[in-house]
Design a protein around this ligand. Structure first.
Ligand SMILES: *Cc1c(COP(=O)(O)O)cnc(C)c1O
Length: 823
C-alpha cells in the first residue's frame, strides 16, 4: 500500500483493498456466515466489488453525455450477446492479478470463481455478438455511446444433446440475480400499442393526427456499465424491461376486479420474456413486433428526454447531438416512431421532422438472404401500430413521388421500391423503411456491401449512391485474445510488447518471428496447451477423448444450411469410407469439432445436428477409423465456451456458399488466435485472405459469379453426383441408414434435399472442398510451415479489430469524436 494511506474500499485497486471489499460485500450484500460460503458467493462479492470500481468513471462518463458537450453514438440493437462480464471487466480495469491475489488470500481460485458466472445470452449469434464487441470498442476508444436493447428474462435457450438430437432448455440467467445491472425505475417511459387514430384541429386550426392506443406498457431501464480498456470512459448499456402501467388499470381495480388488473400485469411482463431465435422460417409474430416497438420507443423517448429536459436543447438539434444506428431492421420501426414523436407529440412540420430523422439514423444491413429480410403483414401492422402505418404511408407517398420524378414512367421500379410489398398479401418492408429513413446505409464486409448495391438495395443505390458504404465487421481483441487466450497474450507481450491490445495492427511486428524456430516452438506449445484445455472440456461435456497432438478442425456457429455444416460432414464420411476401404491408408489425424444451436423450429438444421452426432458415433466407436479421425459435437455453444474453442483451433471452417454469409466474425476470432482458414470467397473471408496472403489461406469452391451463373443456367445437383463416385457412395451410405440404426428415414430429408434441389450448392462445391482438405492434410505434415502460416495469420489479423470498425463508423458515419473523461 503506497504512502501508508488506506485506499477506499469501493475504489481502491490494490489487492488488499480488493480483499477488504470482497469481505465487505460478503457481509453486507451476500449476508451469509463464512461457514456456508461457496465460490458462487465469492463470484457475486467480487462482481459487486468490481462494479464499485467502475462506478466513479461510469457516473463521470454519464455526465459527459447528459451535458451533450459532444455527440453521442446510440446503438439500437434487439440483441447484445455480451458473454460473461467479470473477467472482461477485471481485464479492462487492469486488475486481474489483484483480483487473483485477493481471492487467493481468501482461499479461493479466480478461475473457479469466474466459472460461476451465468452469461447473459441476449442474442442469437454473430449480430448480437457484434453489438457487444462494438460496445467494448466504443468505450476503449473514448467515444461517448449508449447501447439500447431488450432485457429478455430468458435469453437464447440452453442446448442439450440427447440421443444425438438437440433439446432446448429455458435459459434462466437471472435466477441468481445479475450483479452488473442497476435498475432505474424512476426513468421509465410509457409505450402504446393497438387502438386507433383520430384527426383533430389544433389551436392554430391545423389538421393533426393523434394515436389512441388500446393498451399501454411501461419500460423500466436496467443499466450496465461498459468499461473501456485502460481508460476512464465507462459507457452504458440500457436494456428495457416491460411492466404493466398500474394507473391505467385503476378502473378495473376500483370495480373490484383485482385479478383482472394482476392478469394484465402478468401479460405486460411477457413482452420482454423471451428472445426469438432468428432463423425460424415462420415469422410475423405479433409479440416480436411489440418487442421491437417497445424497446425502440423507450430508447427514443429517453434520447429526447436527455436532449430536451436534461441538456435543455431544442429538438431540432437531435442529429447534431446523437447518431442513431439501426443494427439490422429489428429497430427500424424507430424511423416511424421518431416521426410520430416529432410531428404528433411536438408539432413539428413534416419536412423538418423528416430532415431530422434522416440525419439522425444510419442503417446496417446484415443479410442478403431474401427469406431473412423482415416484413410484417399489413393487417397485423395496422392493428398493432395504426398511427405508425399512417406515417409509413405518408413517408412512402413522398418517397415514391421522388422516385417517379427521378425515373419518370418507371412504374416497375416504383413497385419494387415501395415500403409496402404487394406480393403474396400486402406487407410492410422493414429494410426499405430503414433505408429510406437513413442518411447512411452500410454492409458488413466489402463483398457484402458490393452485393447489396447489386441486389436487395440496387434501386436505392441508384437513387442515392452517396448514402452507401462498407464497414467491415471486427471483433474485440480484449475478449477474444487477451481474455480467452492468456497463453498467447503472454507470448505476444514478451515478443512485441503490450501495445497490440489497443492497436491491433501492431501484430504485424510478429512477422519476423515466423522465421525464428525457438519462437515457433513456443507458439506451438501455447496452441498445444489450449488444445489440451479444450480436450478436457470436450471429454467432460461429451465423453469424447481427443488427443491434443491431432489437428483440431473446428466449425462453431449457428447451424444453418447456408453455413453448410453438412458439407463438413460429407468430408468426414468421405474419410470414413476411405479408411474402411483401405485399411493401410495413413492420413493426418484430425479431430472434427462442431458446436452451434439450431433454431427450435428449423427442421433441417436440427437434423444436421443429429447427423453430426450419428456420424460421430460411428467414427468414434470404430477401432480402426478412430485412430485417424474423431468427431465431437460440443453442446451449448455460447460466448463462455467460445473462450475455450477459438484459441484451440488449428483449422477454421468458413465454408458458406459464396454470397450468403454477410461477413462472419467467428472467422476473424479464429484468425486472431492463429488458426488457418479453409473457406470460400464469402463475406469477410475475402478480406482475411487478402490480409493473410493467398498462400496462407485454404481456398475452395465456387465464387459468387459462378454460383449465380450455375443457378441461372439451372443447377442440377445430380450432375455432380454422376461425375463423382465417391460423392455418390457418401450420400448412399447416409441414405442407407448406416448411421441411423438401419433406419433410412432419419437422414432422408437431408439427402433428398441435397440430391433434388440443394439450395446452397453443397454438391457443386463437394469435390473442390475434398481436394482442398487434402491440401490441408498435406500442409499439416510440415509442422514448421504450418506454424509459420499460423503466426502470419495472427500477425496479419489487425484489420479485423472492432476498434478499426468502430473508428470507421465514428469518423465516417456518426461524427462521434473521442472525449477524455476526467476521473
Ligand atoms: C462470434 C460468435 C458467433 C458468430 O460466428 P460466425 O461464425 O460468424 O457465424 C456466434 N456465436 C458466438 C457465441 C460467437 O462468439
Amino acid at each position: 500500500m503506497n504512502s501508508g494511506l488506506r485506499e477506499h474500499s469501493r475504489t481502491g485497486l490494490n489487492a488488499d483493498t480488493l480483499q477488504r471489499a470482497i469481505i465487505d460485500h460478503l457481509r453486507y450484500s451476500i449476508g451469509r456466515p463464512a461457514s456456508v460460503l461457496t465460490p458462487a458467493h465469492y463470484y457475486r462479492a467480487l462482481a459487486l466489488a468490481t462494479r464499485d470500481r467502475m462506478q466513479q468513471r461510469w457516473i463521470a462518463s454519464m455526465q459527459t453525455y447528459l451535458d451533450l458537450s459532444r455527440k453521442v453514438a446510440v446503438y439500437l440493437s434487439a440483441e447484445f450477446l455480451m458473454g460473461p462480464q467479470l473477467g472482461n471487466n477485471l481485464l479492462n480495469l487492469q486488475i486481474e492479478q489483484q483480483a487473483r491475489d485477493a481471492l487467493s488470500a481468501l482461499g479461493q481460485d479466480l478461475d473457479e470463481v469466474l466459472a460461476c458466472e451465468e452469461e447473459p445470452g441476449l442474442g442469437n449469434g454473430g449480430l448480437g455478438r457484434l453489438a457487444a464487441c462494438y460496445m467494448d470498442s466504443l468505450a476503449t476508444l473514448d467515444r461517448p455511446a449508449i447501447g439500447y436493447g431488450i432485457r429478455y428474462e430468458y435469453g437464447i435457450f440452453d442446448q442439450e444433446i440427447r440421443d444425438g438430437w438437440q433439446v432446448e432448455k429455458t435459459d434462466n440467467w437471472l435466477d441468481n440475480g445479475n450483479p452488473w445491472e442497476i435498475a432505474k425505475p424512476d426513468l421509465n417511459f410509457i409505450v402504446g400499442w393497438g387502438g386507433h387514430t383520430e384527426q383533430y384541429l389544433d389551436e392554430h386550426g391545423n389538421f393533426r393526427a393523434r394515436w389512441v392506443p388500446r393498451r399501454f406498457l411501461k419500460g423500466i431501464p436496467y443499466d450496465t456499465p461498459i468499461q473501456g480498456y485502460g481508460v476512464n470512459t465507462c459507457n452504458t448499456l440500457t436494456l428495457w424491461s416491460a411492466r404493466a402501467v398500474q394507473s391505467f388499470e385503476l378502473d378495473a381495480f376500483n370495480a373490484g376486479d383485482y385479478y383482472k388488473a394482476v392478469e394484465d400485469e402478468v401479460s405486460s411482463e411477457t413482452v420482454t420474456k423471451v428472445l426469438y431465435p432468428n432463423d425460424e422460417p415462420e415469422a410475423g409474430k405479433r409479440l416480436r413486433l411489440l418487442q421491437q416497438h417497445f424497446f425502440v420507443s423507450c430508447s427514443l423517448q429517453r434520447v429526447l428526454h436527455i436532449l430536451e429536459d436534461v441538456a435543455e436543447r431544442p429538438v431540432n438539434e437531435l442529429a447534431e447531438q446523437f447518431s442513431l444506428q439501426l443494427n439490422d431492421t429489428h429497430p427500424s420501426i424507430g424511423v416511424a416512431e421518431l416521426m410520430r414523436l416529432l410531428v404528433d407529440e411536438r408539432a413539428l412540420g413534416w419536412d423538418e421532422a423528416w430532415e431530422i430523422t434522416v440525419a439522425a439514423f444510419g442503417y446496417t444491413n446484415h443479410t442478403l438472404l431474401p427469406e431473412a429480410l423482415e416484413t410484417w403483414p399489413l393487417g397485423l401492422f395496422a392493428e398493432s401500430l395504426p398511427r405508425h402505418l399512417e406515417i409509413i404511408y405518408e413517408i412512402n407517398r413522398r418517397f415514391l413521388d421522388e422516385v417517379r420524378s427521378r425515373f419518370p414512367g418507371d412504374e416497375a421500379r416504383v413497385r419494387r421500391m415501395s415500403l409496402i410489398g404487394e406480393d403474396g398479401g400486402k406487407s410492410v418492408r422493414m429494410a426499405h423503411l430503414a433505408t429510406v429513413g437513413s442518411h447512411a446505409i452500410n454492409g458488413v464486409a466489402a463483398l457484402h456491401s458490393e452485393l447489396l448495391k447489386e441486389s436487395v438495395l440496387k434501386d436505392f443505390f441508384e437513387l442515392w449512391p452517396e448514402r452507401f458504404s462498407n464497414k467491415t465487421n471486427g471483433v474485440t481483441p480484449r475478449r477474444f485474445l487477451a481474455l480467452a487466450n492468456p497463453g498467447l497474450r503472454e507470448l505476444l507481450d514478451d515478443a512485441i510488447g503490450e501495445g497490440w491490445i489497443t492497436d491491433l495492427n501492431r501484430l504485424r511486428e510478429l512477422e519476423p518471428f515466423a522465421e525464428d524456430s525457438s519462437f515457433r516452438m513456443q507458439w506451438r506449445e501455447v496452441k498445444r496447451l489450449n488444445k489440451a484445455r479444450l480436450a478436457e472440456y470436450v471429454l467432460v461435456t461429451t465423453g469424447v477423448d481427443l488427443d491434443p497432438n491431432w489437428m483440431f478442425d473446428i466449425q462453431v456457429k449457428r447451424i444453418h444450411e447456408y453455413k453448410r455444416q453438412h458439407l463438413n460432414v460429407l468430408h468426414i464420411v468421405t474419410l470414413y469410407n476411405r479408411l474402411k476401404q483401405n485399411p493401410d491408408l495413413r492420413i493426418a489425424p484430425r479431430a472434427f469439432i462442431f458446436g452451434g444451436k439450431a433454431a427450435p423450429g428449423y427442421f433441417m438444421a436440427k437434423r444436421i445436428i443429429k447427423l453430426i452426432n450419428a456420424v460421430g458415433e460411428a467414427v468414434n466407436n470404430d477401432p480402426h477409423v478412430s485412430q485417424f479421425i474423431k468427431v465431437a459435437f460440443l453442446p451449448n455453444f455460447n460466448v463462455k465456451s467460445a473462450h475455450l474453442i477459438y484459441p484451440a483451433a488449428d483449422l477454421s471452417e468458413q465454408i458458406s456458399t459464396a454470397g450468403k454469409e454477410a461477413s462472419g466474425t467467428g472467422n476473424m476470432k479464429f484468425m486472431l488466435n492463429g488458426a488457418l482458414t479453409i473457406g470460400t470467397l464469402d463475406g469477410a473471408n475475402v478480406e482475411m485472405r487478402e490480409e493473410a496472403g493467398a498462400e496462407n489461406f485454404f481456398l475452395f469452391g465456387l465464387t459468387v459469379d459462378e454460383v449465380q451463373r450455375l443457378v441461372h443456367e439451372g443447377y442440377r445437383p445430380e450432375d455432380f453426383v454422376e461425375l463423382n463416385d465417391e460423392l455418390r457412395a457418401v450420400l448412399d451410405l447416409i441414405a442407407s441408414g448406416h448411421f441411423s440404426d438401419g433406419d433410412p428415414s432419419v437422414f432422408a430429408p437431408i439427402v433428398d434435399s441435397l440430391r433434388s434441389h440443394d439450395p446452397f450448392l453443397v454438391l457443386a462445391d463437394y469435390s473442390s472442398y475434398i481436394e482442398c482438405q487434402q491440401r490441408v492434410s498435406e500442409a499439416w505434415h510440415d509442422a514448421t510451415a504450418w506454424t509459420r502460416m499460423s503466426i502470419l495469420n495472427t500477425a496479419r489479423s489487425g484489420k479485423f479489430s472492432s476498434d478499426r470498425a468502430i473508428a470507421e463508423y465514428c469518423d465516417e458515419i456518426w461524427g462521434v469524436r473521442p472525449v477524455t473523461v476526467q476521473a
